[in-house]
Design a binder for this molecule. Structure first.
Ligand SMILES: NC(=O)c1ccc[n+]([C@@H]2O[C@H](COP(=O)([O-])OP(=O)(O)OC[C@H]3O[C@@H](n4cnc5c(N)ncnc54)[C@H](OP(=O)(O)O)[C@@H]3O)[C@@H](O)[C@H]2O)c1
Length: 162
């Protein structure tokens, strides 16, 4: 099973503030949904709670250290258990959906990074951790200029860990 992180970060690596995203870019969001498809995804308890309305697919796997935490999705206290669950379900590519703590935790596990870099540099309270401790090969890249569905320019890179 491939494990992939998928993230949209600002030029300063910011990913959120007050448990929310800081931009809405329809073209980037549509692309994210297309990449995610119907795959299982691993999500931190805070990000899950901050985006509760978006987990109807039944594909969320939540991480919380709280053994008594109850939600409408399978929940695990360790990333290894969560990964095993996705494997047992026959998943071929598990997506790590963040937030910051979960991206940090998963960095050593991931094979691929779906990285959108948004033309945005305000400060927030959550940042995507450095991925420069690993070597990466770029498999794909493109950029989206400002337009009707793109209020901010963004560029995408698909990176494979080598
Ligand atoms: N721009 C993007 O692409 C993007 C994507 C995702 C999220 N975000 C942003 O990221 C922010 C949220 O990030 P965050 O770092 O605050 O929270 P988070 O990573 O979503 O969740 C943190 C929680 O995960 C659980 N956890 C962390 N490490 C764990 C471990 N080793 N084992 C088991 N459970 C563990 C803990 O839950 P308990 O407290 O229950 O123990 C912890 O409080 C939001 O602003 C959100 O909008 C942005």
């Amino acid at each position: 099973m491939i494990i992939s992180s998928i993230v949209a970060m600002g030029l300063n690596r910011v990913i959120g503030k007050n448990n929310k995203m800081m931009w809405h870019i329809p073209s980037e969001y549509d692309f994210f949904q297309k990449c995610l498809g119907n795959h299982y995804y691993l999500i931190g308890r805070k990000n899950y709670e901050g985006s509760l309305n978006n987990h109807d697919s039944g594909r969320a796997i939540v991480l919380s250290r709280d053994k008594s935490y109850v939600c409408n999705s399978p929940c695990f206290q360790s990333i290894d258990e969560a990964i095993d669950f996705a494997k047992l379900k026959g998943e071929e590519e598990l997506f790590v959906l963040g937030g910051e703590e979960i991206y940090r935790l998963a960095m050593g596990y991931i094979d691929r990074l779906y990285l959108s870099i948004v033309d945005f540099s305000e400060e927030g309270d959550s940042y995507f951790p450095s991925h420069s401790d690993y070597n990466w090969k770029e498999l794909n890249s493109f950029s989206e200029e400002v337009g009707p569905n793109t209020p901010r320019r963004w560029e995408f890179k698909l990176l494979q860990k080598i």
